[in-house]
Every structure is written in C-alpha cells, then in structure tokens.
Design a protein around this ligand. Structure first.
Ligand code: ZN
Length: 202
C-alpha cells in the first residue's frame, strides 16, 4: 500500500512553504484530519495498521485515543481489531478518562493517535489509563513524524521521542520532513514567503 500517495490524493500531505506553529518553516505539512475525511480511506488505513498489529501476536482488549486527533483513527483501528474503543480528553489541560469509561485491572490497552510527533499526548493518555489499572501493550498511529521508532523501520529514535522504548509502536509510514529556522530557510532564500497551513484553504 502506498501510504504517501493516499495522503497526497486526500490533500493530507501538502507541499509548499509553511509557517509552523513553532515559528519554523517547512516544505511539507501533514494535515492528518484530511486523510480521515473519507470513511472508506480511514477504514483502509486502519485495516492495514491492524494487520501489522495482529501479526505481532499482541493481545489487545481495548484501543484508547487522546482526543481530538486520535479519536477517528483509534475508532477505526478498534473496529479493524474487533476490540472496544475509549478515549481520553483534556479537561483544564489535564488528560483524563471520563464519560463512564471503565478499565479493568490489567486490561491490555493500545494507545492510538492519528499522527505521532514526539508522542506527548499518547504518553499522557497511557499514564491516565495505567492509573486506572491498564497494562499498556502498544502504541500506534497512522503516520509517524520520524522522532519515534516504529516497528519495522530501520530509522532510529530521536532524543525528543517521549514514547517508552520497551513498548512497540506501530505506524504505517514515516513522514520525516526537514524543518528550518526562518533565517536558514532555503525556501525563503529562493524568494517565496511562508504561510500558515490553512490560510490558503488548506
Ligand atoms: Zn521559509
């Protein structure tokens, strides 16, 4: 499956000259929500991710996603795996699991995101679930930004990755882009101007 093509066709992988929220510039931008806009595409991607997780032989009882980004990906993955789905959400910036969701002692939980950058939100959701008795068996995302090492990739983990190394992390593809400080941006040097993703209808 050509994941990059699926993202491009869905206008989820944008090419241009982007001003990121960090203030840095990039030639590419991943708009994860766009690839999940079509439920059939979402199902296709989740099925592919589920295949790899099933091959690992891990026993998973429940998928848990941090809201909002991870919910669609996690729900589709839970459907593909044939397991329960719950989500964690921020209340006053603090990650919580509420809405009556229960976790049994030693319940095997996979934490799913749409995209993993450093894995900060995924780790927060995992900690809340562990506090309720969960056993975190894996992390998963449709796309990996290349900071964390996914199962099957030869690329190493970067120091900024927050996911625990001893727990497997599954993702469909690495989307690793160069990020430039404005004063060192080759796109700026070529004379174009960086714009915020979304400001031109994307
Ligand atoms: Zn630039």
């Amino acid at each position: 499956m050509n994941i990059e093509k699926i993202y491009k066709d869905a206008n989820a992988l944008l090419e241009g000259h982007f001003l990121l929220s960090s203030g840095n510039h990039s030639q590419f931008y991943l708009q994860s929500a766009k690839v999940l806009e079509n439920p059939k595409t979402a199902q296709l991607l989740a099925d592919e991710l589920a295949k790899e997780i099933k091959r690992s032989g891990l026993k998973i009882d429940t998928v848990c996603s941090p809201a909002l980004g991870g919910v669609l990906a996690g729900y589709e993955l839970a459907r593909s795996l044939g397991v329960r789905f719950i989500f964690a959400e921020r209340v006053d910036k603090k990650m919580t699991i509420r809405r009556g969701f229960e976790i049994k002692k030693d319940e095997n939980i996979l934490i799913c995101e749409d995209i993993i950058t450093t894995g900060g939100s995924a780790l927060e959701a995992a900690k809340v679930a562990m506090g309720m008795g969960a056993n975190i068996v894996a992390y998963a995302a449709l796309a990996n930004r290349g900071f964390c090492k996914r199962v099957g990739s030869s690329k190493d983990m970067k120091p900024t990755c927050k996911l625990p190394q001893e727990i497997p992390f599954f993702a469909l593809a690495d989307f690793e882009f160069d990020i430039y400080e404005p004063q060192n941006c080759p796109l700026c040097k070529d004379g174009s101007t960086a714009h915020k993703p979304g400001s031109r209808g994307n």
